[in-house]
Design a protein around this ligand. Structure first.
Ligand SMILES: [Ca+2]
Ligand SMILES: [Ca+2]
Length: 375
């Protein structure tokens, strides 16, 4: 090795240790700069899961864009958070109610316009609408529903590396109730991702799921990084998590009679189990930081909300997951809802970054980028 190369190599190692071009040190698993993941795109501003929303997130500096995936009747992966089209599209204005069906969705009988009953051509006639009250509806009716292929093409068209963070929604439902068969969804996803990014742990891709057995299956088929999502129903006043179905257990555990809850996956034996097939955990943020409703009004608006909760600090999950070699990516950070113990949404994100999360999902990527720059 010549001396010039050595200096370059040392310089590169220094930059990597610092996580990038700044001199901040991070409490992440490997010291790398934590990721800002655009949750359903820049979904705080534009309708979720649209190319326009993902593009806005990229412009704001997001490292990853997140397509949640469901299957159409003809087996195409499209970006929707739910396997139904009712809340996020104008389907009810374009198709008769007779196109609704009733299906068992993870134990809950649901009557709706299921995506799996519509062809891609039909879904392409729909336009996205804003599902969350309080957010702008001015973009309703403008943007179409993208396929995974279109999301990948967008990510790859950028001058910097922008990763994709696909979530397999309702794996058991798609395999059984929707009738696609075991692991058909997973195989489709891998075929697409391997073609686009290669079968590599260094691909700018994370695959996420709330179920377990499909991630175990994927672990035997791919080197792409895998994320075990960890859900709950609510947060109790004392900061503990409320575990009520269907948010109590991975749904494949329910079907198999495996008694373990989501919380059980965060005990030391649970983390060791997850480490046997995944690279990261993706817990809801109250699993990481304990906040308590002690009845004290802290934000100065004379109204007691979740933002007033007392912040008691790390639950230890981040530290114990890192000790097992697992990355920790948490969710969801919003400027307009759902801060626990923080009046200022950016300060909430800064708090999690300082504790050492390796990435976080936000509906407002610009706030995530600003928070990371501020720590
Ligand atoms: Ca998701
Ligand atoms: Ca308040």
């Amino acid at each position: 090795m010549n001396i010039k190369f050595l200096i370059a190599a040392v310089g590169l190692a220094f930059l990597q240790a610092c996580g990038g071009s700044d001199n901040t040190t991070y409490n992440t698993l490997d010291g790398a700069r934590p990721l800002v993941i655009a949750h359903r795109g820049a979904s705080g501003e534009l309708p979720e899961h649209t190319l326009e929303g993902y593009r806005r997130a990229i412009e704001q500096g997001a490292d990853f864009i997140e397509p949640d995936l469901v299957l159409t009747k003809d087996g195409v992966m499209v970006a929707r958070h739910e396997p139904v089209l009712d809340g996020t599209t104008d389907v009810a204005a374009k198709f008769p109610a007779s196109r609704k069906t009733t299906k068992n969705l993870d134990g809950v009988p649901t009557t709706a316009y299921f995506a799996s009953e519509f062809t891609l051509a039909e879904i392409k006639t729909l336009r996205a609408i804003q599902p969350r009250t309080g957010r702008s509806t001015q973009y309703d009716g403008l943007y179409s529903i993208p396929t995974l292929d279109e999301v990948i093409a967008l990510a790859k068209s950028t001058s910097r590396t922008v990763g994709i963070y696909p979530e397999i929604k309702h794996s058991t439902f798609h395999a059984t109730v929707a009738g696609f068969g075991a692991n058909v969804f997973e195989d489709k996803l891998l075929a697409t991702l391997h073609a686009a990014f290669g079968n590599s742990a260094s691909a700018p891709v994370f695959i996420q799921s709330f179920e377990v057995s499909n991630l175990q299956y994927l672990n035997g088929k791919t080197s792409i990084k895998l994320v075990q999502l960890i859900d709950a129903d609510d947060v109790n006043n004392d900061g503990s998590l409320s575990l009520v179905a269907p948010f109590r257990q991975p749904y494949d555990f329910v079907v198999k009679g495996d008694a373990r809850t989501f919380a059980d996956l965060l005990t030391d034996p649970g983390l060791a189990f997850v480490k046997s097939y995944a690279d990261a955990i993706g817990p809801w943020k109250p699993y990481l930081v304990k906040t308590v409703n002690d009845g004290v009004e802290r934000t100065g608006d004379a109204t007691l909300t979740a933002a007033d909760r007392r912040v008691d600090g790390s639950t230890g999950v981040i530290e114990r997951a890192h000790a097992k070699g697992l990355l920790v990516h948490t969710w969801t950070f919003r400027n307009d809802a759902g801060t626990y113990g923080f009046k200022d949404p950016q300060k909430e994100i800064e708090y999690y970054f300082k504790l050492g999360v390796d990435g976080l999902f936000t509906d407002f990527p610009a706030t995530g980028v600003a928070a990371r720059a501020a720590i």
